[in-house]
Design a protein around this ligand. Sequence first.
Ligand code: SAM
Ligand code: SF4
Length: 512
Amino acid sequence: MAEATSMGKTFYIETFGCQMNVHDSEKVVGTLLRSGYEQVHAPDEADLVLYNTCSIREKAAQKVFTRLNEHKASSKLGRAQWREGVGWIKQQKIGVLGCVAQQEGEAIFEAAPHVSLVVGSASYTKLPELITRLEAGEKRVTGLSLDTDETFDTEFTARDNPYRAYITIIEGCDKHCAYCVVPFTRGPERSRTSASVLEEARRIVDLGYTEIQLLGQNVNSYRDASPAGLNFAQMLAAVAAVPGIRRVRYTTSHPRDFTREIVQAMDSHPAICNHVHLPVQSGSTEVLRRMLRDYTREDYLERIAWIRAATRPISITTDIIVGFPGETDADFEQTITLLDEVGYDSIFSFQYSPRPNTASLALDDVIPDSEKGQRLRIVQDRQRQIQEERYQRFLGTECEVLVEGGASRSAGDGSARWKGRTSENLILNFTVPTGCDPVPQTGSYWRTRVTRTAPNCLIGEAFAGPVFTPTRLRTTSPADHRGSDSTPPRSSREATIGSRAQRLDAVPFRIL
Ligand code: SAM
Ligand code: SF4
């Protein structure tokens, strides 16, 4: 840290998109801090500004170029800046990371000439070397190779979320669904070794985390890259067995590779949360065939039956795409009946968005935007009704929640309300008894009773006092993990920072 301040190198990072991107940014931040940079929280204060980008839908990709233009208009890009205690600093460098970087490549330099670094996620291990070249004066530095069997496996992770730690177990994707840009932006599937995943899980516990989320575009195709050869169900069970872990989540599952063994692992390990996110995309076998999803409606429903047969109730959520080319009214109706048949606790629903390089660009029968919009509204209205009905099952039941912070609205009588998350991944806003001491702390677990339901959450009241408060909240602060030399002790290589969901730039951070 002292080194970073004396050199005066600062960076700012902004993250767009999914949890994978959020976690990639945590690792990029850790890597930069380790390379002597200091994180700042306004682009104008930074020597290096990074945008970690998403291109899953056209709108997401456009947002990045809008942001780059806004930045250019508002910043003092071209001029040297005077920094108190540092002196004049040279022209700011702008970097685009992630999926838009990989998709657009060097074309970004033409579209946004103020950008001088373009790096896809498959090249993040080379970031320190690429940034050194940038510092040495190279005008256009790229890291765009997808020809890799490496994973971005680093001990230096600046964990942003104060209660949930992410671990990437598999990167890239080999599925090539007809609509999806991910295989082109994140490269081929490559799994980490089980030893490195478990070592990271133990480090996370040392830091005082109690919830882990395993990440991958398709976690079910995880194959241990070491001779131990664990499959995903075995990896999940091994992580859940790490002493100190109270909750394990995983995302995303692909129905084709979702096995009974995964449900058995959930049955055997109470730490694995009562939730499976199983994206179906469409309820029509014909559309699924054109989407190259490799399963039928019946195959999907068979997986749902396995999950419903688990020894404890498991909440199921999904992703839906409406308006895929050629989707007829009858196909669309199949999606609606699937919602009814499965009974999801929530869904993410999207209008089909044509993406570069994808197979679906060649399909005829493009659905007009107005029709896509209409179908999306129908899906969302039906799901709202389903949710309202399904949430009734929680009324009067007791749920343990992990506190994520203060809820945005106070209870009707003006008393404070906290936001918790159930094992099912549902938001539960709750009050505590008058005079309750201590009040809920982010990251602690409270027992609650559900008294009401709302369209997108549960509402309840807590019993007095937390059922569990992680050690980190009771006794330590990040400063307690401070290392004394260049090889800090294990728990000092990662650190936590306060959270603002999806945006890593809004929070103070220092590596310890
Ligand atoms: N790997 C996951 C899977 O197989 O379901 C999904 C990853 S993707 C980041 C998240 C979701 O975005 C997908 O499940 C899909 O519903 C949606 N999506 C992906 N490409 C899309 C496109 N071209 N148009 C609309 N939605 C899309
Ligand atoms: Fe995209 Fe399909 Fe891979 Fe998911 S499984 S990331 S939808 S190509």
